[in-house]
Design a protein around this ligand. Structure first.
Ligand code: ASP
Length: 332
């Protein structure tokens, strides 16, 4: 029988029915899980442990480090790990784990649910069954499993707070699908070296979405704030306004202060190309770097990871476009 460690961190899945702010007590979680989803024990010998019980909006980089350390300590004793987590910020945690769990050799599958485990019409049970099944397979990646689909964790983004398919992956096809059968696709990553835990996170990363005609005040306000990297959600393939240079000038000032300015897009599907339009070239000319086809979650967490791990900002800027764990498409 394969062995799976299930680490619970919080979210709707572990809430009391019809009480979205009332989490099951830590000693209730494991027994509730195994009594409501007894079939888990037919798939694997599942050991459940509560790491914390938080709404995912309260999960911080310090929690990511604790989750990663726990996984690194335990991973050799199990065939795979399932991490149950709130859906709101799950893609950030998945990205973070994918960067620090280097050359992972076992599956680490994050899942959660849109409705609590103990509610009659809950998606938690199906998600848990699928996640535990996938944790027994040869998928050495950090993934997010929801509604029959396993996505690479650092490619996933929350797409719905209503549909049971809470997550999608705009720029990469699923790693695996669970239907009448389990199909694992062949772009699953393989470790290239020995598994190790590597790196820290720096929280001084900000993100600003551009609006048409927006004043540059919100960008200028970041000067002297301690922000070390800024991700700008620009338009289309990474465009800034070109008739009015206020935004570009504000970014140039941040760059001259030593802030790393990265350009993302408000569009989820496709990639940033700063060479394509004048607005992108302007961003590049002031010293910004595009995030290619990374999700906002993958790019912001990568900035936190790189700034926390490498001392030199110029080096971090170069490394932003070097893949760590399949978070971006190379050579597209
Ligand atoms: N607010 C919850 C959380 O992210 C939502 C959920 O789990 O679906 O923790």
């Amino acid at each position: 029988m394969p062995k799976v460690l299930l680490l619970h961190t919080g979210g709707t899945l572990g809430m009391r029915p019809r009480q979205p702010d009332q989490a099951l007590a830590p000693d209730e979680f494991g027994p509730t899980l195994l009594s409501l989803v007894p079939e888990l024990q037919e798939i694997a010998d599942v050991e459940a442990r509560v790491l914390c019980n938080l709404d995912s909006c309260d999960i911080t980089p310090s929690h990511w480090s604790v989750f990663a350390e726990t996984i690194a300590d335990e991973v050799d004793s199990y065939d795979g790990i399932v991490l149950t987590h709130g859906t709101d910020a799950m893609a950030y945690t998945a990205s973070a784990l994918s960067y620090v769990l280097r050359d992972l050799h076992r599956p680490v599958i994050l899942t959660g649910s849109q409705r609590p485990l103990a509610e009659p019409r809950s998606d938690a049970r199906g998600n848990l069954v699928g996640a535990v099944e996938l944790a027994t397979r040869d998928i050495p990646e950090v993934g997010i499993y929801f509604d029959g689909v396993l996505l690479r964790g650092n490619r996933a983004t929350k797409q719905s707070s209503f549909r049971l398919a809470a997550y999608h992956s705009p720029n990469l096809t699923p790693l695996a699908e669970v239907g009448t059968d389990v199909v694992v696709n062949d772009h699953v990553h393989r470790p290239q070296g020995t598994f190790r835990l590597e790196g820290q996170f720096d929280r001084n990363v900000a993100c600003v979405r551009l609006l048409p005609g927006q004043s540059a005040g919100s960008l200028a306000g970041l000067r002297g704030s301690g922000t070390r990297a800024l991700l700008v959600e620009a338009f289309g393939v990474g465009n800034l306004p070109v008739r009015d240079h206020a935004v570009a000038n504000a970014l140039a000032e941040l760059v001259s202060d030593g802030v790393l300015v990265a350009i993302g897009s408000q569009v989820q599907h496709g990639r940033v190309d700063l060479g394509h339009y004048a607005g992108g070239r302007l961003a590049r000319d002031v010293g910004a770097v595009g995030i290619e086809d990374m999700t906002l979650e993958a790019a912001t967490v990568k900035l936190m990871y790189l700034l926390g791990t490498f001392p030199d900002v110029a080096d971090v800027k170069t490394r932003l476009n070097v893949p760590i764990a399949g978070e971006m498409t190379v050579g597209a």
